[in-house]
Design a protein around this ligand. Sequence first.
Ligand code: CTP
Length: 412
Amino acid sequence: MSPTPDVELRERVRRIPGIERLLPALEGLPPAYLVGGAVRDLLRGADAVDVDIAVEGDARSVARALAERLSAEVREHERFGTATVRAGDLGFDLATTRTEVYDEPGALPRVAAASLDEDLARRDFAINAMAVGLTGDDLGHLYDPCGGLSDLNDGVVRVLHDRSFLDDPTRLLRAVRYEVRLGFRMNSATESLARAAVVDGALRTVSGARVRDELLDLLGESQAPAGVRRMHDLGLDLALHPALDSDPDLVASASLGAAAIGADPALAALAALCAAAPAELDLWLADLHLPAAQRDSVARAARVGPRLARELRAGEHQPSQLRSLLGREPVLSLALAMAMGAPSEPILRWVTELRSVRLEISGDDLLAAGVPEGPAVGRALDETLSRKLDGLVSGRDEELETALAVAREAAR
Ligand code: CTP
């Protein structure tokens, strides 16, 4: 990548979807800049970027002015004085250029308005610490006080000061994510600081929810297995929890299995990390504060995935047996079972074909035929569905006949 002149950068900014509406709306407001990952990605030639804007002024009043000019919706965020604006296909976040002061390592920082240069200097890595002017003659001008462009050219992830990983240890996971996503590498000073922060127990100072966000972002990368290998190399996995099993091959298969059956690859990778010691990791998992349904399915997948894999490997299964085995499992369990060596054919058959098979009759039909209300109704329907799956029953009449016979049998 050669140095990009402002003219070229201006053209790239102009190609951002929806930007043709935003640029005129910014005129007359305080100076505004595209910042962070958007600049990194534009310089790397990406078409679509997440638009993060920093303004040298009050972000929330600028957001309100823009929302009015664009007939857009605005959501203001109290904590850091930021705002999100959405107008059709155009959505962007606005923040005031600011410094951050970390009262305690790992805690969220106190923020105060500051210059653009100070705002860039508080960021995680030089490649994320560039800005591009968006207003007037400044449109397309690159601000690069920390040497981000040269790091982009050299493939380097570099922190901007020695306390960076201690102030914000989530940056340890972010560094690995950028390494694997971009094919970059920390420079040796950054890697030494990362290793020292891990040894110092920096990650213990971060809330589970912040670890969750960064860990799932890393595990959601297509290069997640390389990320897990690198986490292990840096001691990050053990620092998160000594029982985590960072097996890159298992993570790769879990993500692939998940993609094949419509489960979330990042959650499947998380379940893979937990599969060697699910009971020991239960509290750690709870501390990540995933939404309850996600937490339950990750924990369950880690617990039952290995057993499902064993049972499915043991021999052929009738459709009704697949139903008993898999019918109540979240798809994540199936992804993990595949990753742990279950044959894919019965799982794919269950997911794509068998799982959606339904009876033509319902409980009402049984009640109308004189079966008394009670558990026998559910059991009869259940058994009939199993027989239908196995090809022993077909059509409404046979279903009703079978279900009635089962219900009568149960009543005797
Ligand atoms: N940032 C930071 N320290 C963090 C998180 C974020 O300095 N712990 C800064 C970086 O400059 C980053 C920007 O805030 O570029 C926006 O953060 P985020 O949206 O997480 O990253 P992006 O680079 O925009 O997006 P992504 O990594 O997903 O490509």
